[in-house]
Design a protein around this ligand. Structure first.
Ligand SMILES: *Cc1c(COP(=O)(O)O)cnc(C)c1O
Length: 356
């Protein structure tokens, strides 16, 4: 009996609409990493049906797969383009987010080869120091406009380094730098906020917001109530129940020891399914509305829960992710972030899409 992962596409659509209503500009959908693990093939068409017209992925291969699904939308790749990729970018009508002069050169050369103007986005570095044109590169571009010959810059963008920490001074600093740097591209549209950035105030609004995690139910306002709808629910049937005497232990190396007569339920979800081993002796699942502690080590394919205090039976369901215990709660227990919980959700679950 496999665990079931339910993904609510209408909740994703509602989340997109809520974000779109949050600011005056256009709202893109970030569907990189297979829509944060939830399935781009199902998620992207649902977003398009809700009104989303611009999509961001990370890689060319993701963009090509998305293009086959959605012929009419704008697709941009956050990881830019690499040598040898330009022809495929153009063939699939994918817009590269160029973040270095050598990338600009690759795209410019291809435009020359094709004899037509090619669209691009430019990423400006305002503090991440990961992708994006540096101050020096922008200065060279300013001195030599031919560096952009044959290219049409549709959007200039930058990425916040601490948008989930509202009072981090980097936010205001990056906003100031972005206003300054984008002046070099008068009339070009801007793209600034990710999910959390959309909740930081008007300074962070732009022509094209780029939410990802909030679409999938992650809380863009950590520490405050989550304005987004829940999207994923992971339930697993109880495979066996073991009756333990005081002193008996559970799992590898016996890291949990019963202090009283206990009932231990085993479910078929382990670290190979994205149920992090860090959760060993820390996490919890839910039986109806009651939390049942995870006891012993999470192993590759199995986890064990103390169901002594609930009327759980073999074949009954435990909820590992759900409204009472969402992506961010599980992430906190595992010492990570909701993004990593989502993107590591296993491929072995029976996936069920509802809504839309
Ligand atoms: C992943 C990503 C996003 C989406 O971020 P969320 O925090 O998931 O909303 C936006 N912009 C860039 C550049 C990204 O890499």
């Amino acid at each position: 009996m496999t665990a079931r992962l339910q993904i609510d596409l209408s909740a994703i659509q509602d989340n997109w609409r809520l974000l779109d209503g949050q600011h005056p500009g256009e709202t893109a959908g970030v569907v990189k990493a297979d829509a944060y693990g939830l399935g781009m093939a199902q998620v992207a068409p649902a977003l398009a049906a809700a009104g989303c017209r611009t999509f961001f992925v990370a890689h060319l291969a993701e963009a090509a797969a998305l293009r086959a699904l959605l012929p009419g939308v704008r697709i941009a790749t956050l990881n830019s383009l690499e040598p040898g990729e330009a022809a495929d970018f153009a063939a699939h009508e994918v817009v590269p987010v160029l973040g270095a002069l050598h990338e600009v050169a690759l795209w410019r050369e291809h435009a020359r080869r094709l004899g037509r103007v090619l669209p691009c986005f430019l990423q400006l570095d305002t503090g991440m120091h990961r992708l994006g044109l540096s101050a020096g590169e922008l200065a060279r571009m300013h001195q030599d406009p031919s560096l952009l010959e044959g290219l049409r810059v549709d959007v200039v963008m930058t990425h916040l380094i601490a948008s989930d920490v509202p009072d981090d001074p980097n936010n205001a600093r990056q906003a100031r730098l972005f206003v300054e740097k984008r002046k070099q591209f008068p009339g070009v549209k801007t793209s600034f906020a990710n999910s959390s950035g959309m909740f930081l105030g008007e300074v962070f609004y732009s022509d094209l917001a780029r939410p990802g995690v909030a679409l999938y139910g992650g809380n863009p306002t950590p520490g405050q109530p989550n304005p987004m709808r829940d999207v994923v629910r992971l339930t697993a049937p109880i495979l066996q129940i073991h009756a333990l005497e005081p002193g008996d232990t559970v799992g590898y190396c016996g890291t949990w020891r019963a202090a009283r007569p206990s009932r231990i339920a085993t479910v078929g979800v382990g670290y190979a399914d994205g149920f992090h081993r860090r959760l060993s002796n820390m996490g919890a699942a839910y039986f109806d509305d009651t939390p049942v502690p995870l006891v012993g080590r999470v192993s590759m394919d199995l986890s064990t829960f103390d169901v002594t205090d609930v009327p759980a039976e073999i074949g009954g369901m435990l909820t590992l992710l759900g409204p009472a215990h969402g992506v961010d709660a599980l992430a906190a227990e595992a010492g990570t972030i909701g993004y990593e919980i989502l993107t590591s959700l296993g491929r072995r679950f029976a996936r069920r899409y509802v809504g839309a």
